[in-house]
Structures are given as structure tokens and as C-alpha cells.
Design a protein around this ligand. Structure first.
Ligand code: PAF
Length: 296
């Protein structure tokens, strides 16, 4: 695996696969790899002939300087893991390489970014994500880019910007990877104390409670959200937001008429966690006798 830090080095590393018309896959990351990142790299390896992993802790998507400072970093470990998982190129540019002093452009997806994560983290968050992802796609020009379902609203924002800007790339999503006890893998999990780590299980437990209710036929968002909230509160975690939303627009849904996402964010100690689950309405059981047969 080649580790490259400049655009010129990235272009040189991609010259051969591009000339040979090999399929290039990009896995954009901010490092501090966990099993979720590794599953994305594995998926890219299985689907593409050349795999580029970008590792860039993007300052413009952090609303608080303290959060950026606290973000876990371990470049040496990330390089070893990316190489062992099958990446061909690890692109890890400096802030100056990505944002030279004269940099003055932003990519903004309107509407979809106003709610939930956008509202909680501020307008700059998704603007920062959209801008850096657009830059990474332009720099790498992959045929496919890979993102995790855990950051569901980010995924919807990226799908929207790729469609709206007619970017010639397919977006593939990999399912959320969970620890054996159900906690969604996240770079922030290492910041939890052991007491907070157990309390954080309130998030998947809340999602599971609502999923169970949906499987038993519940369709009202109010009822589903109540069961998730109660489960979380019982486990000592107050959701920052908890909503049933449309998976593309992230607009709230009042009923589970077709597949919807139940999304949650909560602070556990100083660590802010997010998670989500896709809920499907339970199939309505076909009546064994039609009313006409009953009457006959
Ligand atoms: O999900 C992330 O790690 C980041 O938001 C991304 C997509 C790499 C952009 O910085």
C-alpha cells in the first residue's frame, strides 16, 4: 500500500489504474479506524480493482474546536490496518493541502441539512462534510465511493449532492457494524469510560424496543418513539433527538406506512453518539376468510 500526502502523489498513484481503466473505489474516512471502517474497506476491495482510503480529520465539519482537538488520531495504526485490509493507496493530506489559503468555496445541500444532525451540530457541519466529500471525489475520481449506514443523514446528504451535481460516481452504503453487545462501532466509543460504555447500550436498546413493537404491528410514530424513549430513559440516557424519518428527505413520518428510519442522538457523559435502525411495517396478515365467505 502506498501512503500519499499530496495531490501530485495521489495523481501519480492513480495514473496506472486509470490508464488501465481499472475500477477505482474510494473510502473517505477521518481515521481512528474501527470495524465499521474496515468493513467499508473490505467492501471496496471486493467491488473495485483499486482501493483508495482517504484519512483526513476535516476541521470544517467540527462545530466546536474542543471536539476537533479531542477527535482520536492514530495514523500509524490506521496505516497498518488499511494495508492489512487490502487498501492500495492511503491518501492523508495536510489541512494546507486540502484548504490552501485562497480556498473560498463551499458545497451546501439545502433543506435536508437543516434538521436533526444539521440542527444539533450547526449549519457548518454538513457544509464541511459536503465540501470535503466533493473535493475528495474530484481529486480521486472513483467509480464508486463507500459510506456507512450509521451516519444515515450524512449518507442522504452525499447521495443528494452526487445526484444534484451530476457527479459520475456510484454511492454504496455498508450496514452499521456493531460490537457484540449491540453498540454501533464509532471512533468516539474509545472516549467513553466503562460506566458510560455500558450506559451507551441505551441507544441500541431503545432502537430494538421500537423495532420489536413495529414487528408486532405498531404503526404510529408516537407509539414507536414512546417505547424507544422509555427504554433509553430507563437505562439512564436522555435522547437529544429521537425521530421516525423518511430515509431520503429526513422529514418526520407520523406513521410507519413503508420503510422508515428511526434515528437517535444522545450524549453519554461528554461523548455524543448517534445510531439508527430501519423499521419496516409488519405485513398485514391476510384474513383467512373474506367477509363474503363469512356471510355465506
Ligand atoms: O464520516 C466521516 O468520517 C466523515 O464525515 C467524512 C465522510 C470522511 C468526511 O470528512
Amino acid at each position: 500500500m502506498r501512503v500519499v500526502r499530496t495531490l501530485a502523489e495521489l495523481a501519480a498513484a492513480l495514473e496506472r489504474p486509470r490508464n488501465e481503466r481499472r475500477m477505482i473505489g474510494l473510502v473517505p474516512t477521518m481515521g481512528a479506524f474501527h470495524d465499521g471502517h474496515l468493513s467499508l474497506i473490505r467492501l471496496a476491495r471486493a467491488r473495485c480493482e483499486a482501493v483508495v482510503v482517504s484519512l483526513f480529520v476535516n476541521p470544517s465539519q467540527f462545530e466546536e474546536h474542543a471536539d476537533l482537538e479531542r477527535y482520536p488520531r492514530d495514523e500509524r495504526r490506521d496505516i497498518e490496518l488499511a494495508a492489512a485490509t487490502g487498501a492500495d493507496v492511503l491518501f492523508t493530506p495536510s489541512v494546507a493541502e486540502m484548504y490552501p489559503p485562497e480556498f473560498a468555496t463551499a458545497v451546501e445541500v439545502i433543506g435536508l441539512t437543516d434538521r436533526l444532525e444539521g440542527a444539533a451540530r450547526g449549519a457548518a457541519h454538513f457544509r464541511g462534510v459536503a465540501t470535503v466529500v466533493t473535493k475528495l471525489l474530484c481529486m480521486t475520481a472513483p467509480q464508486v465511493a463507500f459510506f456507512g449506514q450509521k451516519d444515515a443523514q450524512q449518507l442522504a446528504v452525499i447521495r443528494r449532492l452526487v445526484a444534484d451535481l451530476n457527479l459520475p460516481v456510484a454511492i454504496e452504503c455498508a450496514p452499521t457494524v456493531r460490537e457484540p453487545d449491540g453498540l454501533a462501532a464509532s471512533s468516539r466509543n474509545v472516549l467513553l469510560s466503562s460506566e458510560e460504555r455500558s450506559r451507551a447500550l441505551a441507544l441500541p436498546a431503545g432502537l430494538r424496543a421500537a423495532n420489536e413493537l413495529a414487528r408486532r404491528g405498531a404503526r404510529s410514530a408516537e407509539e414507536l418513539l414512546k417505547s424507544a424513549r422509555e427504554e433509553m430513559l430507563e437505562r439512564g440516557v436522555e435522547p437529544e433527538y429521537l425521530e421516525l424519518v423518511d430515509p431520503d428527505s429526513f422529514e418526520p413520518r407520523e406513521r410507519l406506512a413503508r420503510s422508515a428510519l428511526l434515528v437517535v442522538a444522545a450524549r453519554v457523559g461528554a461523548v455524543r453518539l448517534i445510531d439508527n435502525i430501519e423499521l419496516q411495517p409488519a405485513a398485514v396478515a391476510a384474513p383467512s376468510q373474506t367477509p363474503r365467505e363469512v356471510l355465506a
